[in-house]
Design a protein around this ligand. Structure first.
Ligand SMILES: Cc1ncc(COP(=O)(O)O)c(C=O)c1O
Length: 391
């Protein structure tokens, strides 16, 4: 049975494993290696000529059986023609943008993208004479007014991982298709369990696999999934730059995928429960959770997503920095740290960077990542700390 006909849960359970296992371990071993040898020069030359293709064993840097299996599994989940793994989510984003953004071109980037996407654009691409134009993430089809003859790509994040606005993905994809430029979406938050942007006519999906896809905060990887039109081009950049994924990370990501759907469903339920509870507290001014109508783009979320991840934001009533610091420090079941998408719960005050739109909230934005802790424990922790924000 082809993976196209399997349920997502079955795809996750069987991904990368032989259809029949007899007298051996359930999981594939960790595959380590650099040199691959051949017993004829003709075979070596054939492998060398096809070394950028998924499935060609030529040299460790270009992939091995485990990484190819993983790429195929991820391509099935995202309905992609091909996937290329990268050493991190940032590498997936930067190598995709590097493929399209040639000197003299114009790159459209949503104003709410992840800080390191912005850093790559401002610190690296702009030095290569690429003009970066940030746009309102809620612009929708109005984006067509910003397209120029030089536009090389459109980069969005859905939802923005800091401020959680959900853009109109099909409208942006349509603007890109009409203009003949690739649309790139960072879909780390939703994972293919809750949204498959390629089915909404997006051309390229990038994601950090360090987050939900691996799910245990023990692995760093990224992925680029795309239609055939862009797959070879982007894979060529990744291979030419020499970005490399390690055998242990590949093993951990494949292991994490087995539980992706059950983790996402549990996190969705817990996240929505805690978000609704927080929303009812007097210290909370505004909830930024895509599944709630106080979040910009909630209607887009309802239309294009089938669930919500556990990362959301809360704008508190205006209070002092010291009060926010005391509140965050008083939480015992939330770690303070960047990243998210693991089983652990996290909290972090966030100051959005905006250059084409304004962030007008006068209260402090705090980002929560709900993991797999008992939601009642998390609520009790929050309930004990919230009075520290009272004026
Ligand atoms: C939305 C988003 N994309 C990409 C990344 C980068 O992923 P990585 O940490 O795997 O480089 C992050 C990391 O926080 C992120 O939040």
């Amino acid at each position: 049975m082809s993976s196209q006909h399997k349920s997502v849960q079955d795809q996750l359970v069987h991904a990368g494993r032989p259809a029949k296992i007899d007298g051996r371990h359930v999981n594939l071993p960790i595959e380590l290696g650099s040199t691959i040898v051949f017993d004829s020069l003709a075979k070596f030359e054939a492998a060398r000529d096809a070394r950028y293709q998924t499935g060609t064993m030529y040299y460790g840097r270009y992939g091995n059986e485990a990484s190819f299996q993983l790429e195929c599994a991820l391509a099935d989940l995202d309905h992609a023609d091909g996937v290329t793994l990268t050493s991190s989510g940032v590498a997936a984003i930067s190598l995709t943008l590097l493929t399209f953004a040639l000197p003299g071109t114009h790159l459209l980037v949503a104003d709410n993208v992840y800080a390191n996407t912005r850093a790559f654009c401002d610190k690296v691409l702009s030095r290569q004479n690429v003009t970066i134009e940030y746009f309102d993430p809620m612009i929708g089809s109005g984006l067509s007014d910003l397209i120029t003859h030089e536009t090389c790509a459109i980069m969005v994040e859905a939802p923005g991982s800091g401020t959680l606005e959900v853009p109109d993905i099909p409208a942006i994809a349509q603007v890109a298709r009409t203009a003949g430029v690739p649309s790139v979406i960072d879909s780390t938050w939703a994972t293919p369990i809750f949204c498959q942007p390629l089915t909404l006519d997006v051309d390229v999906v990038v994601a950090s696999c360090s987050k939900y896809l691996s799910g245990h905060s023990d692995c760093m990887l990224g992925m680029i999934a795309s239609t055939q039109a862009y797959h070879d081009q982007i894979r060529g950049t990744v291979m030419a730059v020499g970005d490399k994924t390690g055998g242990q990370e590949i093993f951990l990501l494949l292991r994490g995928l087995r539980t992706l759907k059950v983790r996402m469903e549990a996190i969705d339920k817990a996240g929505r429960g805690i978000a609704a509870w927080l929303d009812a507290q007097p210290q909370v001014k505004r909830l930024l959770h895509p599944a709630f109508d106080s979040c910009p783009g909630h209607a887009h979320w309802k239309r294009d997503f089938t669930g919500a991840a556990g990362l959301f934001g809360v704008v508190f009533q205006p209070c002092s920095d010291d009060q926010i610091r005391a509140f965050v420090d008083a939480l015992h079941h939330f770690g303070i740290g960047v990243s998210w998408g693991g089983y652990e719960s996290l909290v972090l005050p966030v100051t959005p960077t905006r250059t084409s739109t304004r962030w007008d909230e006068d209260g402090q934005l705090v980002r929560f990542n709900i993991g797999l802790d008992d939601p009642d424990t998390l609520k009790a922790d929050l309930a004990a700390a919230l009075p520290l924000l009272n004026s």
